[in-house]
Design a protein around this ligand. Structure first.
Ligand code: MN
Length: 350
């Protein structure tokens, strides 16, 4: 049995909205990932089943490896269809906000959401939710928004009617947000939910292949290039990857092609902290992604680069520089964390 974690009053309130309202809009964060798209589409199919008018709007384009998800063709890209999307947002009865904690995570859409008279519900698993919604279902202890949404849909009495399509969308988000159940995934209830989704005939092996075996050849060449330039700093238990504009051009870089590169050096024995520096193609900045294993707080380092995030995953940026200079700057900052890195490594060696 699943523990009831969602406040029943909020479930009842949403049930009332279901009865009363017809026009629903679903949104998720900029640069939507598997959890954002999976949860949005699962909720989309649920509301369709309730015969609602539903529109899913994303702030910008979502990655190609999620295009196979049922309903993905109906997602509206706010970047392209700004005017239509603004009308949908203004006319909505209910706006469902998924997988983000603060309205600035939806960029230009934020003001329109704020201005809209629609009722708003937030369903999310990030810390410190902004209090902009009428219903806030925020559970940072949950592995993914999809897991939380599964629980919510069950609380709404939907499990019996849930079909393979909805179960597949939910499973995809749970899988991607836990790196294929390799982190944030020690809660036994997570696997109870997976089991319940498999009973709905999710083909989890297929989902894995659709998501992970879907790269272009150029992405793999790019990956080879980036890895061959890897710098490992054994005394700091750290590895650094860089990607220049020139390399991006040479390998026909398209958005998302370097997704996940930052995690690769964590495969090295004794490395617990990785940094990926990518020269941005649009702005004169170098994007910094940081990942760690165990107690080392990436987000504290990210703050030194105008950024932030979670303990084990965060990011920032450096203005007016190139990858080479950014790497030098990063190593200067790293010096301050040498003893902490050693301490964290000694406490929890891999
Ligand atoms: Mn998520």
């Amino acid at each position: 049995m699943l523990t009831k974690i969602i406040n029943p009053e909020l479930v009842t309130k949403f049930k009332d909205w279901q009865k009363e309202y017809k026009q629903f809009v679903i949104i998720a964060h900029t640069n939507p990932d598997g959890d954002a798209i999976g949860s949005s589409l699962a909720l989309y199919h649920y509301l369709k089943y309730l015969r609602k008018n539903v529109c899913v709007i994303m702030p910008n384009q979502f990655p190609d490896f999620l295009r196979w998800l049922p309903g993905a063709d109906n997602i509206m890209n706010y970047d392209y269809y700004t005017d239509v999307a603004n009308i949908k947002i203004a006319d909505a009865d209910v706006i469902c906000c998924l997988d983000f904690n603060k309205l600035n995570r939806v960029d230009e859409m934020a003001e329109k959401i704020r201005e809209s008279k629609a009722k708003k519900v937030l369903i999310d698993h990030h810390l410190d939710p902004e209090q902009f919604a009428d219903i806030i279902i925020s559970h940072p202890e949950q592995s993914s928004t999809c897991e939380l949404l599964y629980r919510f849909l069950c609380d709404l009495g939907y499990y019996y009617k849930m079909n393979t399509i909805v179960a597949t969308c939910i499973y995809t988000g749970m899988m991607t947000d836990t790196g294929g159940f390799t982190y944030n995934s020690n809660n036994p209830e997570l696997f109870f939910i997976v089991s319940m989704l498999l009973q709905k005939h999710v083909d989890k092996d297929l989902v894995y292949r659709k998501v992970n075996y879907n790269f272009s050849a150029s992405r793999l060449f790019l990956q080879g290039q980036v890895l061959s330039g890897m710098e490992v700093l054994p005394d700091y238990h750290t590895a650094i990857l860089t990607l220049t504009r020139e390399q991006q051009q040479k390998y026909h870089y398209s958005k998302g092609d370097s997704e996940g590169f930052v995690n690769i050096p964590l495969q090295i024995k004794d490395v617990i902290f990785t940094c990926f520096l990518r020269e941005d193609t649009e702005k004169d900045i170098v994007k910094i992604s940081l990942r760690s294993i165990g107690e080392f707080p990436c987000n504290v380092v990210a703050e030194e680069f105008n950024g932030g995030g979670h303990k084990n995953a965060s990011g920032g940026e450096l203005q007016k520089t190139d990858a080479k200079m950014a790497s030098i700057r990063f190593k200067e900052v790293l010096e301050k964390y040498k003893s902490l890195l050693t301490e964290c490594f000694n406490q929890h060696p891999k």
